[in-house]
Design a binder for this molecule. Structure first.
Ligand code: SF4
Length: 354
């Protein structure tokens, strides 16, 4: 029988499992606390569980963990963690410090199928979805060495294309017996999968960020192929329907790319587009990278867009390119390490055989 990784289960699922095995419901709470609050992976260390039950658990289940394979630290304090998964695939998480309030950006898939034109991860294509355990273990691993205040699912992958595992992971992250994050501090970012936005809103209360990046369907079709399936009108209608707790806003991410989406006209259209939604805007200057011909915006274009939004009383943050010296754009660390491995492999393969 294959052993079950308990980190793939929400507390309700663990309760059901234990009740089905004739155990008490409260055992799930105990195990959750050991796993997520004390970071224990060994059943024999769970002192409030009887020896017999510890043995039963170790015969049928295990508790997975992740350890970073590499950590790159930027001059501004941004830390990139690269994790090697059991099947040899790799994902990354990024810890972004901000005056003591660290934000951890985690991945939900290996690669991504969405193919956004400005994104390096998109060029890796989708390899597979992460399991629930692989998503929560990124948080557990980084929390062993740093305080995390906010969590954003904005790393590799489209979280809503891995909806079931992402919902489970979110439930564990905000569970008072689990990782204990306030749902105000957890944000899921999507490129705009409309039906899944609705399912997410029904399943769990978290913040939503929408990667918008364009103000016309013509430009968004070019930058984000998902727009051909769910154009701006449908996306904005889904945003209006999203069940936001009172006084919360949807964050619209907007990557500024020189001469593509950074004009004053874009700024005006952006204001009109988001006017019917409680919204704030994150402006991000495009980070130039190998294999992509797009250019970073000028400082003037960034300032113009920022000022225009502010003048229209929209909350706007221009995110500086954090960790520019450690490959900050999404997916670049994985790209770099994978490239090194391919080169090393080629060197070995190209060695002359005598
Ligand atoms: S921006 Fe996000 S959704 Fe688009 S390709 Fe990159 S990881 Fe995927």
């Amino acid at each position: 029988m294959q052993k079950k990784d308990l980190k793939n289960l929400t507390i309700e699922e663990l309760e059901t499992l234990f009740l089905g095995a004739g155990k008490e419901r409260f055992r799930a709470k105990q195990i959750f606390k050991w796993m997520y609050q004390k970071g224990v992976e060994d059943f024999s260390l769970m002192s409030n569980i009887s020896r017999g039950f510890q043995h039963e658990l170790s015969e049928t289940a295990y508790i997975s963990t992740l350890h970073p394979e590499a950590v790159e630290v930027s001059q501004d304090g941004t830390r990139k963690y690269l994790f090697k998964l059991d099947d040899g695939e790799r994902v990354e998480s990024v810890l972004i410090p901000d005056e003591g309030r660290n934000t951890l950006c985690i991945s939900s898939q290996v690669g991504c199928a969405m193919g956004c034109a400005f994104c390096l991860t998109g060029t890796f294509r989708l390899t597979r979805n992460l399991t629930t355990a692989e998503i929560v273990n990124q948080v557990c691993a980084v929390r062993r060495e740093a305080d995390i205040r906010n969590i954003v699912l904005m790393g590799m992958g489209e979280p809503l294309a891995n909806l079931h595992n992402v919902i489970r992971a979110l439930k564990i992250i905000i569970d008072p017996d689990g990782l204990q994050f306030s749902n105000r501090r957890v944000t899921v970012s999507t490129s705009g999968l409309v039906p899944e936005m609705e399912q997410l809103g029904k399943a769990v209360t978290v913040n939503l960020a929408v990667s918008l990046n364009a103000t016309t369907d013509e430009m968004r079709d070019r930058l984000m192929p998902i727009n051909r399936r769910y154009p701006l009108s449908e996306l904005m209608a889904a945003c209006r329907r999203f069940p936001l707790p009172s006084r919360r806003m949807i964050t619209f991410e907007y990557v500024l790319i020189r001469d593509m989406n950074d004009s004053l006209e874009d700024a005006k259209r952006l204001v009109r587009l988001i006017s019917s939604v409680p919204a704030k805007v994150n402006l991000i200057a495009f980070n130039e990278h190998e294999g992509c011909s797009f250019k970073a915006p000028t400082q003037e274009a960034i300032d113009r867009m920022h000022r225009f939004l502010l003048d229209k009383h929209i909350t706007v943050i221009t995110r500086s390119s954090r960790g520019a010296d450690i490959s900050a754009a999404c997916g670049q660390l994985k790209g770099k390490l994978d490239k090194k491995q391919v080169e090393a492999k080629e060197e070995v393969e190209n060695e002359p055989h005598f």
